[in-house]
Design a binder for this molecule. Structure first.
Ligand code: GLY
Ligand code: MN
Ligand code: MN
Length: 439
C-alpha cells in the first residue's frame, strides 16, 4: 500500500478538524453492481470512502465521531465467514478493521440499524453525502427517525444535516507527496501504454487492437483497470468525443485518436495522443496538429501558483482561434471570434479538469464567484483539441473528418508545473520518428 496508514489517519484528522463541534460524519462504501445475471462488475470502492480509510471492501460504512469515548473512528463491515470466504475471498471483519485499518471500534454491518442511532444520538449535526444515493439518504433518515421515536425518553435527535462532499473534496483537491508519486507513476505507466499502441498501429488493424495493447501494458505493470473506458477513434470517429465502440478498421492516411489512462492504486491517469495510422502526418493533419500542440504548450505555460483555473483555457482558445483563422477555417478578427466563441464549432470542451482518485476529480473550479487560484499540489489535465466534423460544409473538404486532441496530466509545483505524462511522444517529429523506428 503506497498511501501509508499515517496518511489515511491524517486525512481523517483533517476532515474532523473541519467539522463543527458535537457532530458526526457517515460515509457509505460504493454499492456492488450487477453486470449480467449473477455476474458483477469488478468492485471499485467509492473514492471518498477510500480516501478516508484505505478500506476496499463493499458493504461497509465509516463513521467519524470526534470525541467519542470508545473511539472516534468506527467501521461497520461484513463479518468473517469461512464458508463464504472459501468462494469469494478474504474479508477483514470487524477484527481486521481494527487491527489492520486503524479503526478504534468496529461492528458487523448487519448490526448497523441497532448501533448507529446510538452513535448519532446527542450529536447536533450529521455530515453525509446528500443525494448521491437515494437508498443511503433513506437509511440516514431511518436512523434519525429511530432516535426521534424515542424523544419522550430523553433521546436527542440531530437538528442539522450538512453535505459532506464539499469538505472531503476540498481536502482531495490538493495532493500530498505520496499522492503525487502515485499520479506520476500512473502517468508514466500510461505513457508507456500509449507508446506501445503507437508501435502497434498500422493500416488495416482494428481500433480495439490498439486498446488491447494499452490494456496489456497497464495490467502487466500492476494497474489492472483503466481509469475510464478507452477511446480509440480513427478517421471521423475522432470527432465523436466519447467514442468507445473501438470497432473500426483503421485506414491508411487517417489519424487515430487514443484517449486512455490506467488506474494505479486508485489514482487515475488521463492521456490522449493522436497520430497517423501509417506513421506520417499529411499536410492538413500536420497543420491542425501543430495548432493543438501550440495551444497545449500555451496552456501549460499558464499553469503556476497564483494564476487562476481559467487562464490555461483562455490561452488555448487564443492559440486555436488564431490558428484556425490562419488556415482559413474561421474568418474574421481573432478578438471578435473569441468573444462570440466561434472556436466552439471546432473546440467545444474545456482545456481540462482536476485529476486524482477520480478521472474527473473533485474540487470546486470557482470560489466565491471567481475562478479558483492554482496552488501547489493540484493536478489537472491539459487537453485542447480541434475536431472538424465530417459534415462541416463550411470548410474546404480537405479538413473534414480530422479530429485531434493532445492530453497530458500536469501537477502544479511551487513555481510552475510538472508534466507527469511527457514521456509519450507528442511532437510531429517525435511521433514520426517513434513510429518509423517501431513500425
Ligand atoms: N478521458 C476523459 C477526458 O479526457 O476527460
Ligand atoms: Mn482523456
Ligand atoms: Mn481528460
Amino acid at each position: 500500500m503506497s498511501i501509508s496508514k499515517t496518511e489515511f489517519a491524517r486525512r481523517r484528522r483533517n476532515l474532523m478538524a473541519l467539522m463543527e463541534p458535537n457532530s458526526i460524519a457517515i460515509i457509505p462504501s460504493a454499492p456492488e453492481q450487477l453486470r449480467s445475471r449473477d455476474t458483477e462488475y469488478p468492485y471499485r470502492q467509492d473514492s471518498d470512502f477510500y480516501y478516508l480509510s484505505g478500506f476496499t471492501e463493499p458493504q461497509a460504512v465509516l463513521v467519524l465521531a470526534p470525541g467519542r469515548r470508545h473511539g472516534q473512528y468506527v467501521i461497520f463491515c461484513r463479518e468473517r465467514d469461512p464458508a463464504t470466504e472459501l468462494w469469494h475471498g478474504y474479508r477483514a471483519g470487524p477484527e481486521g478493521a481494527c487491527a489492520d485499518h486503524a479503526a478504534d471500534d468496529a461492528f458487523p454491518i448487519g448490526d448497523i440499524d441497532d448501533i448507529l442511532p446510538g452513535l448519532i444520538e446527542g450529536r447536533e449535526r450529521v455530515y453525509y453525502s446528500m443525494g448521491r444515493s437515494a437508498a443511503f439518504d433513506r437509511q440516514i433518515m431511518s436512523w434519525v427517525n429511530s432516535i426521534r421515536s424515542k424523544e419522550s425518553t430523553g433521546a436527542v435527535p440531530p437538528g442539522e444535516f450538512t453535505d459532506l462532499n464539499h469538505f472531503v473534496h476540498e481536502l482531495r483537491l490538493v495532493k500530498s507527496a505520496a499522492e503525487q508519486r502515485l499520479l506520476r507513476q500512473a502517468g508514466e505507466l500510461t505513457a508507456r501504454g500509449h507508446k506501445r499502441a503507437m508501435g502497434h498501429c498500422a493500416p488495416g488493424r482494428y481500433e480495439y487492437q490498439l486498446e488491447a495493447e494499452l490494456l496489456h501494458e497497464f495490467a502487466s505493470s500492476g494497474a489492472r483497470h483503466a481509469a475510464y473506458p478507452s477511446i480509440v477513434g480513427s478517421g471521423p470517429n475522432a470527432c465523436t468525443l466519447h467514442y468507445v465502440e473501438n470497432s473500426r478498421a483503421m485506414r491508411d492516411g487517417e489519424l487515430v485518436l487514443v484517449d486512455a489512462g490506467c488506474e494505479l492504486e486508485y489514482y487515475a491517469a488521463d492521456v490522449t495522443r493522436t497520430f497517423p495510422v501509417n506513421g506520417r502526418f499529411s499536410r492538413e493533419q500536420r497543420a491542425l496538429y501543430e495548432i493543438v500542440l501550440q495551444a497545449q504548450a500555451a496552456a501549460i505555460a499558464a499553469i503556476r501558483p497564483g494564476n487562476n483555473w481559467n487562464q490555461p483555457h483562455d490561452a488555448s482558445v487564443e492559440v486555436i482561434t488564431r490558428g484556425l483563422v490562419e488556415l482559413g477555417l474561421l474568418k474574421g478578427r481573432v478578438d471578435r471570434l473569441i468573444k462570440r466563441e466561434a472556436y466552439r464549432e471546432f473546440y467545444m470542451h474545456r482545456v481540462g479538469h482536476w485529476l486524482g482518485l477520480d478521472v474527473h476529480d473533485v474540487g470546486d473550479y470557482r470560489v466565491a464567484g471567481s475562478w479558483r487560484q492554482l496552488e501547489p499540489g493540484m493536478v489537472m489535465t491539459v487537453e485542447p483539441g480541434i475536431y472538424v466534423s465530417p459534415h462541416n460544409s463550411k470548410v474546404a473538404r480537405k479538413w473534414r473528418g480530422i479530429g485531434i486532441r493532445i492530453e497530458d496530466d500536469v501537477l502544479v509545483t511551487g513555481d510552475g508545473c510538472e508534466v507527469l505524462t511527457a514521456s509519450a511522444p507528442s511532437s510531429v517529429e517525435e511521433i514520426e520518428a517513434y513510429m518509423a523506428a517501431t513500425g
